[in-house]
Design a protein around this ligand. Structure first.
Ligand code: EPZ
Length: 431
């Protein structure tokens, strides 16, 4: 497995270009299954998870053309199977987003039940109960979710999520788009990615109102058509690079981002002493203010509050802040896997239940460490960038799932980072 070798202590300076949002491109690609006409998506990030999603669409029978690396032209006119196999789902649980569209358009779907992952058990019971509300019959057969619409078409209904779920909201929104009658989703997720998906679905002919609020209304339509859409910027990648500038005491101009999607993160980082200036609607200038970083408590919550996907990166920053900060994780029950690795670098962190207590400022030193999931690996890269000496991070395939060309981007602003290719996995021509 590839590794990253990082020599820390260099302030990052320069311009960084933000890619499209992984967590919007994934449901938007799934939405292409709702029509036989061509849907063109621009600004699709070139990351492992999107390559997996593309493979899923092609395995189902869709054609996916990429006239440019980040433009996908998808035509699901000739769907051969309604099954998302275990091999794919086990590598990317977001494959579950095929359930809603397949069930809505073809009245049947079979998707391997995603198992747990490093950050939690992550059941999809709320998705399945919602589909049953729309008239689907859902059963579990040898590890697969088998769903069908007995009347050949789903029926609009009131769905109320007992817990806010992002992909649950997205799955039901897509299913309800082709259902008979009206669906109302209560306690819906309000993430910007939900709004982006709704914008695409409405371009395809759906009738969705209220995306971005906790009540979404969907008037089902007979059929949907093709469309062209540009994916929003990745707010978590943006947040990660804001922290990269602050933790290295550097200065970065972050371009092609959408600050309005990062309100709670920017507010908290400013509170902690990070200077974040909006140069224009899509550019931030980030540096550390003279008084240095101050420890500030944070609690993760669904949007518009502080995102769980920024918790690990924020923790790395708090190791460099004066004072004690408490970081409470309320979304996933096991999202402190990075703590042990940060402690190996000298960080002072104590965990009690779903709260981590960070004491700073501590001088981190390089070490051999292990990435466990996407955002944890980002937090380790950030810690290594400010640590003295060399850090070797193993299992960086996690970071490749959601960060586009992160080594190239970091090197372009002065980071001393290199990818150590796994010679065993290297193909002949790479040797
Ligand atoms: C989405 O995951 C994101 N993934 C995650 O980003 C993100 O961490 C998460 O939302 C929360 O913001 C994508 O969009 C592809 P949830 P999702 O359903 O939809 C529980 C990253 O780093 N729950 O909102 O799977 C669940 O266990 C990834 O890019 C149920 O109990 O998350 C969790 O505790 C990681 N039953 C909570 O709800 C269900 O049926 C929120 O999960 C569904 C969820």
């Amino acid at each position: 497995m590839d590794k990253f070798l990082i020599r820390g202590g260099k302030p990052l300076r320069g311009k960084i270009e933000i890619s499209g949002a992984k967590n919007s491109a994934l449901p938007c690609l799934a939405a292409t299954l709702l029509t036989g006409e061509t849907v063109t998506l621009h600004n699709v990030p070139y990351v492992k998870d999107l390559i997996t999603q593309r493979r899923l669409l092609e395995d189902l029978g869709a054609t996916v053309l990429t006239p440019e690396l980040r433009t996908h032209k998808v035509t699901a006119a000739n769907i051969q199977t309604f099954e998302a196999p275990y091999e794919l789902v086990k590598t990317m649980r977001a494959s579950v987003l095929a359930l809603g569209p397949l069930l809505a358009r073809f009245g049947q779907a079979k998707v391997s039940l995603p198992g747990g992952c490093a950050i939690g058990t992550r059941p999809i019971d709320l998705h399945l109960r919602a589909f049953e509300k729309l008239g689907a019959e859902v059963s579990l057969e040898s590890g697969d979710v088998v769903a069908s619409a007995p009347k050949g078409r789903l029926i609009g209904a009131d769905v109320s999520f007992e817990k806010v779920t992002v992909t649950g909201t997205e799955n039901v929104m897509m299913a309800a788009a082709l259902a008979k009658g009206k669906t109302t989703i209560h306690n819906a997720a309000r993430e910007p990615e939900i709004e982006d998906l709704a914008e695409l679905l409405n371009k395809m002919g759906a009738r969705i109102k209220g995306a971005g609020t906790d009540v979404i209304e969907i008037e089902g339509v007979e059929q949907m058509g093709g469309a062209e859409h540009t994916i929003i910027a990745d707010r978590i990648e943006t947040g990660t690079f804001i922290v990269a500038a602050a933790i290295t005491n550097g200065e970065l101009e972050i371009k092609s981002c959408q600050p309005e999607h990062l309100g709670a993160v920017i507010e908290k980082l400013r509170e902690a002493g990070v200077d974040i200036e909006e140069l224009n609607q899509s550019t931030l200038l980030v540096s550390c203010c003279a008084r240095g970083l101050q420890a500030k408590d944070v609690t993760t919550d669904p949007h518009p509050f502080f995102p769980t996907d920024m918790q690990a990166q924020y923790m790395s920053l708090m190791t460099q802040a004066e004072g004690e900060s408490s970081i409470m994780e309320t979304i996933f029950e096991n999202r402190f896997m990075h703590v042990g690795e940060l402690q190996r670098m000298g960080a002072k962190i104590e965990i009690s239940g779903n709260t981590a207590l960070v004491s700073g400022k501590t001088n981190l030193t390089g070490a051999r460490i292990l990435a466990s999931d996407l955002r944890a690996s980002a937090s380790l890269v950030l810690a290594a960038l400010c640590a003295s000496g060399e850090t070797l991070i193993d299992r960086v395939y996690h970071i490749d799932r959601g960060y586009e060309t992160i080594v190239r981007k970091l090197r372009s602003v002065g980071a001393d980072i290199e990818r150590i290719k796994d010679t065993m996995a290297m193909t002949a021509e790479e040797k």
